[in-house]
Design a protein around this ligand. Structure first.
Ligand code: NA7
Length: 532
């Protein structure tokens, strides 16, 4: 039955952000309704159930810190958790904190309008719910609006097609089938080795080769777990005070200070340690293009040593952007997979996909017969989930109009002209460049404390000023410009979506710097916000 009610807050999304937001709102005595499109909680970890899906931050760190009992009780079986394990954790949290009564699943927000006379948001859903709330809090994720490229002929395809982020819950049996995977980002790179084991033949359609490092996932070492749990607070503090919300000490030495043999010995150790250790092997890999090239070349040599066919190896080698400037991928035997007889790499940069046909797809060079097409083609990142909600602020200004030339926020959390709207991990927040749950907790705590402050001060609304927003946008651009990120076309910039304005969206200045700025803003009486 459709809901018609009013709440203190409407929260959009029941992933890790939405669930914690609900918990915090309740703790300060506020009523909230959470709308979630999925039929279950977990957000990213509900949706991304494609074969091989796994997180790329260690689970002891990529987990909630707000409840010591929770972090002490929960046991992660592996160091980098699979989707299944993260979904299980999300469900445990929903039950443990009794969140479900305020979460409405299977419901998508389709409109939210700010009523200036009443100072309230009116929120509409695809289930005809019509609710009002003083605060609208988006927790819709950065990578949730799927991107299926507009290839002609998709509707004519006689086989089955999936987007990786909308993979069915029921098992998909690919055995004996000809499968095409389009896309070689983090998702494609995780899925390809698993699909190759099932499919009769797998075609991997690659537009841009990516750098991928071995995942480093291992069964949890009980000794490591004991040590973390004994000193969890210290570990969390280190994470909160670090650049990427995940503490990893950088060595004192620079790549260019060492000779090649010595440098390679250190890269080799880091390669076997796994995950992003390689990028932390030297202090200058993310700042100096020349130093970065030593790491990039090391990875290319690994690819050439692994992939037997030299032409395939060369095609898999990224050469035209620095390592780490598109999201770096982690894999389990991705490059080895191209040594299998049933796997073919297809270069769709030289010969783009022209159309999907009833029996497969056609590039400008050849036709491929396929039973299944897997779109590992990513997302309309960061702005997509917010724009698809149809939000209208003061004076009838839509978010789409406001962001015509790219997203504008203050601290990634607030938008001038949209009072009492908070955007958890919005564009301009460190979000995807930080360990996500740590970042989410910081945002949620700040939002909850801000609402308490408004109530204690007898105020009704809070809204970023245009000046503060302009200054933040300029700052986000300025720091991004000083990094190597500008040398790659990536979803950080919006360049994966045709026609999307190119604006570097996440804040590259560091999670620790960002947090310090937020604390300063609060200490200076919510500097940059108009409170009324
Ligand atoms: P990504 O990283 O955006 O990767 C999408 C892939 O799909 C990438 O290789 C794209 O090539 C490719 N793509 C997109 N459109 C096309 C068309 N039209 N033709 C051919 N190939 C195409 O998404 P993922 O899901 O892998 O990962 C998203 C994030 O999730 C990841 O970064 C982690 O943070 C977790 P391109 O590189 O644009 O040339």
């Amino acid at each position: 039955m459709a809901t018609e009610a009013s709440y203190d807050a409407v929260v959009v999304g029941a992933g890790f952000a939405g669930m914690y937001m609900l918990h915090r709102l309740r703790r300060v005595g506020l009523s909230a309704r959470v709308f979630e499109t999925g039929d279950g909680v977990g957000g990213t970890w509900y949706w991304n159930r494609y074969p091989g899906a796994r997180v790329d931050v260690p689970s002891l760190s990529y987990s909630y810190s707000f409840s010591d009992d929770l972090q002490q009780d929960w046991c992660w079986p592996e160091t980098y958790s699979s989707q299944e394990e993260l979904e299980k954790y999300a469900n445990h949290v929903a039950d443990r904190f009794d969140l479900r009564p305020d979460i409405q699943l299977g419901t998508t927000v389709v409109g939210a309008d700010y009523d200036e006379a009443a100072n309230r948001w009116t929120v509409r859903t695809d289930r005809d719910d019509l609710v009002t709330a003083r605060f609208l809090i988006t927790a819709a994720g950065c990578l949730s609006a799927t991107n299926v490229p507009d290839f002609p002929g998709l509707e004519s395809f006689g086989g089955t097609w999936y987007h990786t982020s909308r993979w069915p819950k029921e098992p998909v049996d690919l055995s004996g089938l000809r499968v095409g995977v389009i896309g070689t980002g983090s998702t494609g790179i995780q899925a390809v080795p698993v699909i190759a084991e099932q499919a009769a033949h797998l075609y991997v359609f690659q537009r841009t080769p990516n750098y991928s490092l071995p995942t480093g996932n291992r069964p949890m070492d009980p000794e490591v777990e004991r040590e973390w749990k004994a000193r969890y607070d210290e570990h969390r503090d280190l994470d909160r005070n670090s650049y990427a919300a995940r503490h990893v000490p950088l060595p004192a030495h620079a790549a260019l200070d060492l000779d090649r043999d010595e440098r390679d010995r250190i890269f080799e150790e880091a390669w076997y340690e796994g995950a992003f250790a390689m990028m932390q092997a030297f202090k200058d890999l993310r700042t100096s293009r020349e130093a970065n090239e030593t790491a990039a070349e090391f990875v290319r040599r690994k690819i050439r040593a692994t992939v037997k066919d030299p032409e395939v190896a060369e095609l898999l080698c990224p050469k035209d952007y620095p390592i780490g400037t598109k999201r770096l991928c982690l894999d389990s035997h991705y490059y080895e997979t191209f040594n299998r007889d049933n796997v073919t790499l297809v270069d769709v940069r030289t010969h783009p996909i022209e159309e999907i046909t009833p029996s497969g797809l056609r590039t400008s060079a050849a036709e491929y017969q396929l039973d299944v097409i897997v779109f590992a083609t990513g997302f309309d990142a960061m702005t997509g989930p917010l724009l698809r909600m149809n939000i209208t602020g003061r004076g009838g200004l839509t978010l789409g109009e406001k962001w015509e030339y790219g997203p504008r926020t203050y601290l990634g959390l607030s938008i001038a002209g949209f009072p009492n709207l908070f955007t958890i991990t919005g564009p301009g927040s460190p979000s995807v460049l930080a360990s996500m749950i740590t970042c989410i907790e910081q945002h949620v705590d700040l939002i909850a404390d801000t609402i308490v402050h408004l109530d204690q001060a007898g105020l009704e609304t809070i809204e970023a000023t245009t000046e503060a927003e302009d200054a933040w946008v300029a700052h986000v651009n300025e720091v991004a410009d000083a990094t190597l990120y500008k040398y790659a076309n990536s979803w950080y910039l919006g360049s994966n979506i045709p026609g999307k304005p190119r604006v570097f969206m996440p804040y590259t200045g560091g999670f620790n710097v960002y947090t310090a700025r937020c604390n300063e803003v609060v200490a200076n009486d919510y500097e940059g916000f108009a409170l009324a």
